[in-house]
Design a protein. Structure first.
Lengths: 170, 421
């Protein structure tokens, strides 16, 4: 799976309340409505700068806080192609993989806002085309990569009957 | 190889010794969802190709995040009630209380259990020696469909506590101190294991506050070894267990933190992160518009009683509002019977429906105005979390919160506690 994207850079500890406020999910899920409020409290101008297909690039602990799955869901809805971070909060990380929104872990400190990126998910590589640098990502456990490739956890379990761990390196 | 408490619990679930870094699939003892989860569980169960949850006795639906539902939420509540009835699963309806608080009170969490909930503060139940962890809606639906969850066995960060709290200092202050010491990402993907003579001396309500905050450091779960205190509390709450257990004595840890409780002061976390913690007294210039007491962090009877101890015979400062929500109907009843509730009301408290009031803005409870300063016993203070991004939230213990309500500014509770039994 290869992607090209433009980077939107954030710092550390971007929590799920910043991604989508809790007051926004009181109604039954309307992702198009929620999509209008992404990063509203934290970076009100974000949606003006964002183009579908762009990537979010962050520091440590991206997605910390609440377990709300609406956080990666709204990012996916607005067209985020991937989130690349130095580290992820684990509930968010699992949620992202479960809905098949790629989440990549690598040293993002050198990536600048607006940089053009090329990502190879299977090889676990992020190329910063502006700087001509190549970053190696932390490899997914094979089982997680399979969930991504199957199109998310629900598709994975429908396909295999349960969690397909047979090829995992434990 | 010697096992940490997390490894021991997961090993028992899987039927063989498992160690940090391994990926396992384990059977779940208890799963629970909340009315805040979107997509809702019945929508997701269908995407897994299932119509029936794997074991109705092991699943609870909790309507705790919207104790004052809007008309839109009321529609969702009805859908969830219908789903619970169709599935034959237990429902905690509006007003029963916060999931983590209420399920533990009803003896539904036991030592050695693997508990999965679609709320990040599921880690609270680690205080009874259960591996309890929060997940998103899809992961929870996978549990409903299969009865199992996949997990990476975490490394463990051990926190050893010695000494004892001085008067006016509580486990909430300890938890905020830990947030500063290890950072909001310091325990990322790890299990926390609390131990030491001071933890052994903690009553259950204090242990629940400690494990509750584990997620705020990025931890997968927070665990307290099962001892006589745990077993006695469980026995009083309908869960008959007799086996005490903890980590192997020679278990090894990713990190060990030692904390001397004697050296702790009341601590307050500044906006907008639990990690921005320092002594409450350093904030004494900050005027307070609103005080919130409750949440799964500090909504138990002992928390309310501590606030009452500070507030007895006193009133809120003019211009400072006080909102109190007992964590469960049972706590509310006990607070009423014991006179605690009366003290709080007399001091000027507005009492809320048991539930997640004061934690998230979605509750429509105590939402602050622009530029309002709030002192809250909640566990996180991200900008906008209580419903207004233009307000500032400070995290504190029930004692600090109560003292701040009386004085109209952030206050070290010992200013008001010196002469009080």
């Amino acid at each position: 799976m290869k992607l090209r994207a433009r980077a939107h850079c954030f710092g550390d500890d971007i929590n799920t309340d910043y991604i989508i406020s809790s007051r926004m999910k009181a109604t039954s899920l309307d992702l198009d409505e929620l999509a209008r409020h992404v990063f509203e409290d934290f970076d009100p101008d974000f949606l003006n700068r964002f183009t579908p297909g762009d990537a979010i690039v962050a520091g440590d602990n991206f997605g910390c806080g609440s377990s709300r799955e609406t956080a990666p869901l709204v990012l996916q809805r607005i067209g985020v192609s991937a989130v690349i971070a130095r580290s992820f909060a684990r509930i968010y990380f699992r949620n992202s993989i479960n809905i098949a929104l790629p989440a990549l872990i690598c040293d993002t400190s050198g990536i600048e806002d607006g940089a053009r990126l090329a990502m190879d998910l299977k090889a676990g590589k992020v190329e910063d085309l502006d700087h001509g640098t190549s970053l190696q990502c932390e490899p997914y456990p094979p089982f997680m990569l399979r969930i991504l490739e199957d199109g998310g956890l629900a598709a994975h379990i429908r396909k295999h009957g349960s969690y397909d761990l047979e090829k995992t390196d434990g | 190889m010697a096992l940490t408490l997390a490894e021991k619990i997961l090993s028992r679930k899987v039927g063989r010794d498992v160690h940090r870094g391994e990926i396992i699939v384990a059977p779940v003892d208890l799963a629970y969802s909340h009315d805040a989860n979107r997509p809702m569980p019945m929508e997701l169960l269908a995407t897994f190709g299932k119509e029936q949850v794997w074991d109705p006795a092991r699943y609870v639906l909790c309507l705790d995040h919207y104790p004052a539902p809007t008309s839109a939420v009321a529609v969702a509540h009805r859908q969830l009630r219908d789903f619970a009835e169709r599935q034959g699963v237990r429902l905690l309806d509006v007003g029963e209380g916060i999931s983590h608080t209420t399920l533990s009170e009803r003896g539904l969490a036991s030592p050695g259990d693997l508990i999965v909930a679609s709320d990040s503060h599921a880690c609270t139940l680690g205080a009874v020696g259960a591996f309890a962890t929060g997940v998103g809606s899809t992961d929870l639906a996978a549990v409903l469909a299969t009865g199992k969850i996949w997990l990476r066995v975490p490394e463990t960060l051990r926190i050893e506590c010695h000494g004892s709290f001085r008067d006016g200092v509580t486990t909430k202050d300890l938890a905020l101190h830990i947030a500063r010491e290890i950072g909001v990402n310091g325990a990322n993907y790890m299990a926390l294991e609390f131990g030491g003579t001071a933890v052994e001396a903690l009553p259950m309500h204090a242990r629940f506050t400690l494990t509750n905050m584990s997620i705020e450091y990025g931890a997968k779960t927070g665990l307290v070894p099962v001892d006589a205190t745990t077993l006695s509390w469980l026995s009083a709450h309908g869960s008959a267990r007799t086996e005490a257990f903890g980590p192997d004595p020679d278990a090894t840890y990713a990190r060990v933190f030692e904390i001397d409780l004697d050296r702790l002061d009341p601590i307050v976390a500044a906006p907008h992160s639990p990690g921005l913690s320092r002594a409450a007294s350093t904030f004494e210039h900050v005027h307070v518009d609103q005080v919130v007491i409750g949440t799964c962090c500090n909504g138990r009877l002992d928390d309310l009683a501590l606030a009452a101890r500070v507030l007895k015979g006193r009133k809120c400062a003019a211009g400072t509002r006080l909102y109190v929500t007992p964590g469960s109907r049972q706590t509310m009843a006990e607070a009423a019977a014991s006179g605690v509730l009366g003290v709080l009301i007399e001091a000027g408290a507005t009492i809320g429906t048991p539930g997640c009031n004061g934690c998230v803005g979605g509750c429509h409870w105590a939402i602050p105005g622009d530029d309002d300063v709030v002192v809250t016993t909640a566990n996180r203070n991200f900008k906008g979390r209580l419903g207004n991004p233009k307000a500032e939230m400070y995290l504190a213990s029930p004692a600090t919160a109560a003292a701040s309500a009386v004085l109209g500014r952030i206050a070290d509770p010992r200013e008001l506690l010196e002469s009080r039994p």
